[in-house]
Write a protein that binds this ligand. Structure first.
Ligand SMILES: Cc1cc2nc3c(=O)[nH]c(=O)nc-3n(C[C@H](O)[C@H](O)[C@H](O)COP(=O)(O)OP(=O)(O)OC[C@H]3O[C@@H](n4cnc5c(N)ncnc54)[C@H](O)[C@@H]3O)c2cc1C
Length: 446
C-alpha cells in the first residue's frame, strides 16, 4: 500500500539504516527467575522492544524484556503450519526499504525478498472491471488528493474527506486505497496531517519466509521473559518497579512499547497515574483496523498473476483488496480495513471468509468458492496484548503523536509504531522508534 508519491527526496537519508551488532544468545526458560535489577526494563518484545534492547545491550547496559505473549515479535508474526507456506499474520511488506533497518538485515540474513510496488493492477466496481482509462483516472485522483491534502496540511488538520469530496466510483476506489487499505481508517476518519506526515512507502519488499521471521531473528540473543504480562508500573520513587506474576523487576528506567490500544484499555496500571496530557495523547491516537482474510486455493488462479493487486469496491463501502499468490503460493490474501474491518473482525472468520469468497464469486462466477481449500482471518482486535492493527491519529489531533513520545518523570519512556514519526504504523518505524528511545534512555542510565 502506498501513501506518498512525492516526498522521497525530502526524506531520503533521514533515518540511515545501519546493521545491528551481533549479540550472545541468551533466553529465559519459562518460569525461571527474572533478573531483578537490570539497568532498563522493556515492556513488550515486538519490533520496538527488541530494537531498543539491542541498542542498550550494544551500549553495555543490562536489560530485560517482559513479554505478555508466548512468543516474541508482537504484531510481526509468521508461521507455516496453517497453510503449509509462510504466512504473515501481521506486517508483510518491508516499506520504505531504502530507509528501513529490516531491509539490509533481511538481505544479510539470507531471506528471500521480492520487490512489490503497489501500482494497483486491477479494480472492480461491483462486478465490473475498470477499463485502463478508468484505472488511469483512479491514479490521477489519488495523486490529486495527495496534493490537495498536502496544501491543506500547511494550514490545518481535520479530515481528509473535508478537502476532497468523493462521488464517482474512481474517487471511491482512490479513497478506499488511501483510507481503509493503507491507513486502516475510513476516508472520513483520516487525519489531514497524519496522512501528510507519513513517508512514501515505496520501495516495498515482501519476504518469502515472512517479515515476521526477520523480526524474530532480531530477537536472537535478547533476554526476553515470555508469558510475563506487566500488571503495574510504579515510578514514584528513584527508579521504576514493574510488577508481574513472576515477581517484581526494579530498573533505573523503563521503556513501554505496548500499543496505544493496550495503553487505552488500562491493562497496565501506572502508579502514579499517567499525567493528563499523556492520557489525552493515548486517546487521540487510537488503534485502527486492517484485517487479513487469507484464502488457500486448490491451484486455481482466476487469471491473476503472482503478486498482482486487485481491489473490489462496492457502493456500500464493503470493500476488499486482494494480494494474489505471493511467491507463487496458492494464497489469495484479502484485506479489509477501517470500520468495515472492525465489523468483520467482530463477526468472525466464517463470515469474513464468506464475504471474501462472495467478492470472488461476483467477479469470477458462482463456482469461485469451490476452489477454496482453507480460509482464516487475523484477529488482532481481539488480542488483549494488541487491540487493533496499528495507530491512526483522530482528525484534528495529529500533534498528539509527539506527546505520546514524551517521557514521564525522566524514567518512563515510550516507543513503538505510534511514535515513529513519518514511519508511524510500520514495523520498520517501530524499530527506529525503539532505537531512538533507547538512545534517549542511555543519557539517563549512562
Ligand atoms: C494485519 C496487519 C498488517 C500489517 N502490515 C504491515 C506491513 O505490511 N508493513 C509494516 O511495516 N507494518 C505492518 N503492520 C504494522 C506492524 O506490524 C506494526 O507497526 C509493528 O509490528 C508494531 O511493533 P511494536 O513493537 O510497536 O508493537 P507490538 O508488535 O504490538 O509489540 C508490543 C508487544 O508488547 C506486548 N505487550 C502488550 N501488553 C503487555 C504487557 N502488559 N506486558 C508485557 N508485554 C505486553 C505485546 O504482546 C507485543 O508483543 C501491520 C499490522 C497488522 C496488524
Amino acid at each position: 500500500m502506498s501513501r506518498r508519491l512525492s516526498r522521497r527526496d525530502l526524506l531520503a537519508g533521514l533515518a540511515g539504516a545501519s546493521l545491528l551488532p551481533a549479540l550472545p544468545r541468551l533466553t529465559f526458560a519459562q518460569g525461571s527467575a527474572l533478573p531483578a535489577n537490570p539497568d532498563v526494563a522493556i515492556i513488550g518484545a515486538g519490533s520496538a522492544g527488541l530494537s531498543a534492547a539491542r541498542t542498550l545491550i550494544a551500549a553495555g547496559k543490562s536489560v530485560v524484556v517482559l513479554e505478555a505473549m508466548n512468543r516474541i515479535g508482537g504484531r510481526a508474526f509468521a508461521e507455516s503450519e496453517t497453510f503449509g507456506v509462510p504466512f504473515d499474520w501481521g506486517c508483510a511488506w518491508i516499506h520504505s526499504a531504502d530507509r528501513n533497518p529490516y531491509f539490509p538485515l533481511a538481505k544479510e540474513w539470507g531471506f528471500t525478498l521480492a520487490q512489490h510496488d503497489d501500482s494497483l493492477d486491477r479494480a472492480y466496481y461491483g462486478s465490473r472491471r475498470l477499463t485502463p482509462k478508468e484505472m488511469g483516472r483512479v491514479k490521477r485522483i489519488y495523486r490529486e488528493i495527495i496534493h490537495v491534502n498536502e496544501a491543506a496540511a500547511r494550514r490545518r488538520d481535520g479530515a481528509v474527506s473535508s478537502v476532497r469530496p468523493i462521488r464517482t466510483p474512481e474517487e471511491q476506489i482512490a479513497a478506499t486505497f488511501m483510507g481503509p487499505m493503507d491507513m486502516a481508517v475510513d476516508f472520513d476518519e483520516l487525519a489531514i496531517r497524519d496522512y501528510d506526515d507519513q513517508a512514501e512507502l515505496e520501495p516495498n519488499y515482501l519476504v518469502r519466509e515472512g517479515f515476521g521471521s526477520v523480526v524474530k531473528r532480531l530477537g536472537d540473543g535478547v533476554p526476553v521473559s515470555l508469558f510475563t504480562p506487566v500488571k503495574r508500573v510504579r515510578y514514584g520513587g528513584p527508579g521504576v518497579v514493574l510488577e508481574t506474576d513472576k515477581g517484581d523487576v526494579t530498573a533505573r528506567a523503563c521503556i513501554v512499547t505496548v500499543s496505544t490500544g493496550v495503553l487505552r484499555a488500562g491493562s497496565i496500571a501506572f502508579d502514579p497515574v499517567l499525567p493528563g496530557w499523556k492520557e489525552q495523547a493515548i486517546a487521540d491516537v487510537p488503534m485502527a483496523m486492517l484485517a487479513k482474510i487469507p484464502l488457500l486455493l486448490d491451484g486455481e488462479r482466476f487469471g491473476l498473476q503472482p503478486f498482482e493487486d486487485m481491489i473490489c469496491e462496492q457502493p456500500s463501502n464493503q470493500d476488499i483488496y486482494f494480494l494474489a499468490f505471493p511467491f507463487d503460493s496458492n494464497l489469495l490474501i484479502g484485506f479489509v480495513g477501517g470500520d468495515f474491518g472492525w465489523e468483520l473482525s467482530a463477526a468472525g472468520r466464517e463470515i469474513a471468509a464468506d464475504f471474501a469468497v462472495g467478492a470472488l464469486k461476483r467477479i469470477f462466477g458462482a463456482d469461485a468458492g469451490k476452489h477454496i481449500v482453507k480460509s482464516d482471518m487475523t484477529r488482532w482486535g481481539a488480542n488483549p496484548w494488541v487491540r487493533g492493527a496499528y495507530s491512526a491519529a483522530r482528525p484534528g489531533r495529529t500533534a498528539a503523536r509527539r506527546e505520546l513520545g514524551r517521557p514521564v518523570a525522566n524514567r518512563l519512556f515510550f516507543a513503538g509504531e505510534a511514535l515513529a514519526g513519518e514511519f508511524a504504523q510500520t514495523c520498520g518505524g517501530a524499530a527506529l522508534s525503539g532505537r531512538a528511545t533507547a538512545r534517549e534512555v542511555l543519557k539517563v542510565v549512562a
